[in-house]
Design a protein around this ligand. Structure first.
Ligand code: SF4
Length: 189
């Protein structure tokens, strides 16, 4: 195993703030955004072949752990990123929605692959034509299947959203209306 020196360790950029000798001040939402974006815990909802690409993404070559996201869980209450990878049948849709419902705010959704995004090649009576018919999606990753690099890019887009999100967004009328349009009850109510 090679030695790890300081140059190999990439640290995150300091948020905007005011700096002086012995102090640094910034706003609370920037610090929270920084912490959230670098410790995203995914819930892999993998139903078919795109799930295999995700397994490669977790392997040593692509190493999702670099982004602070190696801690996967199948427990919705302990995760904040729902990664949907694969064909979702209409029978499976209520299950997916229930998993989303059980996740605590703040939470994000990454739709991976053509099937999750739009039903893909399965334009049939039994397949949901996109998971955004039942839950809100933050980032779509195209491809059949997308390569691990694309999945990583999708995760990095989620990181950007998490980093720059206002702390008030989830309480806003706009967000509540969006949840209502999906018939999802807000966690705050
Ligand atoms: S998008 Fe393609 S690779 Fe992914 S689950 Fe659908 S058929 Fe399989």
């Amino acid at each position: 195993m090679g030695k790890i020196n300081q140059k190999m360790v990439k640290t995150v950029e300091t948020p905007e703030g005011v700096e002086g000798q012995g102090f640094f001040a910034t706003s609370l939402d920037k610090v929270i955004g920084l912490a959230r974006s670098n410790s995203i815990w995914p819930l892999p909802f993998a139903t078919s072949c795109c799930g295999i690409e995700f397994m490669a993404t977790m392997g040593a070559n692509y190493d999702l752990a670099r982004f602070g996201s190696e801690r996967l869980a199948f427990t919705p209450r302990q995760t904040d990123l729902l990664m949907v990878m694969g064909t979702i049948s209409k029978k499976m849709a209520p299950v997916l929605k229930q998993v989303y419902d059980q996740m605590a705010e703040p939470k994000w959704v990454l739709s991976v692959g053509a099937c999750a995004c739009s039903g893909g090649i399965f334009d049939t009576y039994s397949v949901l034509q996109g998971i955004d018919k039942v839950i809100p999606v933050d980032v779509y990753v195209p491809g059949c299947p997308p390569r691990p690099e694309q999945i990583i890019e999708g995760l990095m887009k989620i990181q950007e959203l998490a980093k720059n999100e206002s702390l008030r967004r989830r309480d806003s009328d706009e967000y509540q209306k969006m949840l209502e349009s999906y018939n999802i009850e807000s966690a705050e109510k």
